[in-house]
Design a protein around this ligand. Sequence first.
Ligand code: 3HC
Length: 305
Amino acid sequence: MSLPHHAIRTLAVLGAGQMGTGIALVSSLRAKVPVLLHDKSPQQTKKGLTFLEKLLEKDVNKGRITSSEAKEARDRITVVGEEAGLKGLRDADMVVEAVSENLELKQMLFSNLAREVNPNAILASNTSSISITKIASAAIPKDVSAASEEGKKISGRVVGLHFFNPVPVMKLVELISALQTSQDTLDRARSFAVACGKEVTVSKDVPGFVSNALLMPFINEAIMHLEKGIATRDDIDTTLKLGMNHPMGPLQLADFIGLDTCLAIQETLYNGTRDSKYRPSVLLERMVDAGWYGKKSGKGFYEYS
Ligand code: 3HC
């Protein structure tokens, strides 16, 4: 039997970057659950919390929430520091991992999470493109068979829960089932996303799922148009903004997502499908080599102060 979302009494969010902070915010403000926020970098946590507080203040100023609702939402978020580590998340009923797009890092984290947190907790990844099935396999200890009841129970708790940036604004969550994900995990993850105010779509566990398998070739093609000198940056973005009513042109959107993230997703798509249509453009690779990651680093296709 599926449980209602309030079966999630405490949520843990791993990673306090732009995605993790946004997930912590909607979980606390909309789903009204206590949130444990953990990041290995105290500076990143501080930056994330400052941004989150600004967003709450803006909601108060716009009359969407009262200042006491904002305070309650902020107070529901507890920072779990480096000393406590993943052990500090042991009471969570659900963990949402939102660290960088790196398979080895995610596998290591899920292996540790499966050991450290409540054995019934859902282990969700906010990955943009990495196989949830690979992540679920990594959660099973080496001495446990993947086909045993214990192995199935552990990997059955792993699911993909893909939020979109900016999380407080974008209405979608993409739900991805690994081969091993149990129906109960899917039901609970879905109702939690709904409680956060999101609409849910479902994708099979293929590289990039539905969203990035469609978005990334579009962004990459725009970068190749720039690389080949077919049009200027502004003409490419303006064509898509005004001609197709996109809120942002593809180059601005790439900056907004992060060029390093776009490249990591494109590499996962290309390596996972071996289809040349997903091959990242050389210009994107060079920009990442240069440390031009887009908005977050102050420079990408545009400059940011
Ligand atoms: N975090 C939180 N809120 C933000 C924000 C951010 N980074 N940036 C903007 N907002 C909020 C603003 O505060 C404002 O809120 P308000 O209505 O309460 O005042 C609202 O968004 C609109 O902002 P603006 O009026 O300043 O600007 P725009 O009208 O241009 O909207 C935008 C900004 C919402 C970011 C819009 O340009 C947009 O929708 N862009 C496309 C975003 C998109 O496609 N996201 C998906 C990326 S792909 C992804 O995330 C998947 C991953 O796997 C790669």
